[in-house]
Ligand binder design. Sequence first.
Ligand SMILES: N[C@@H](CCC[C@H](N)C(=O)O)C(=O)O
Length: 311
Amino acid sequence: MADDALTHHDEREHAKQTADPESAPTPTAIQRIRTMTVPFQKYHGTGNDFLIIHAAEYVPDRAALAKRECDRDTGVGADGILYLALEEQFNPPRVVMTLVQPDGSTAPMCGNGARCAAEWAMQRTDTDSVMIDTQAGTLRADRTPDGITVEMGTPTFAPEDIPIDADDPVLEESIEGLEVSVVNTGVPHAVAFVDDVDDVDLESVAPPVRHADVFPKGTNVTIASPDGEGHFRQRTFERGVEGETDSCGTGAVAIAVIARRLGRTDADPVAVSPPGGELKVSFNDRGRATLAGPVEHEFDGEVALESPAEQ
Ligand SMILES: N[C@@H](CCC[C@H](N)C(=O)O)C(=O)O
């Protein structure tokens, strides 16, 4: 609708300029959009990296921008774009978070994204606590000695909430040849415990599970191996990225929740090491998990609303 309106406006501008060759050419609406840029800040949480764009910025096609700029060869390179709206009138301040992934899809929740969003909002409001509104619920985040800690909500094994086409919770069952347990920690994760995560060819093993028919909305695929009492190593193949990321916060929580459910550990906190760093998952007496770890502000920049090829 907006594009149509711009096209018609563009045509009228073009006709006017053609009719009066003496008049100074003025940029059309489309030309202005083509040369527009939006500012971003780049953050990462244990290697899971995001461009952050203020939600008030005019981005007509968020999916197209994510597909272009998340590309690590031709764009800035990231695991997604976080659009954040800051509501400073609340105490603690609130930040509304939307994650657009490299394939253009929107994810209802992202643990490391929420931690990056919290740091971004804390820096702008000079506070150590914020509330983050996500599609999976409102989460409290605090600056703590462990970094940025986010309360992650209540994990669920209920098939209808994951969602998975099953009658009962799926624990240690084979899906596409991988023995997995399935939980929703804001987004779905199929978790497999293996002897050594480094021995698994994740790019081959994960896609059949990620796209298995039993998952109507797909799933993330996470593998974990024990590394001492209460410590697991992690690798995750992410839905929406369609590849392995250096870290996944909801995946770390999924490992801790399932490890406790299967009796593999009763540690609290559970330490989880993805390739990009160290995360800690703790539990409170209401069964809610918290996710803690470092967040880094990498650099700032600007991205064009349209690529040169589209102009
Ligand atoms: N990296 C995230 C998870 C992002 C969402 C996921 N790719 C999905 O589509 O379910 C995290 O840190 O939790």
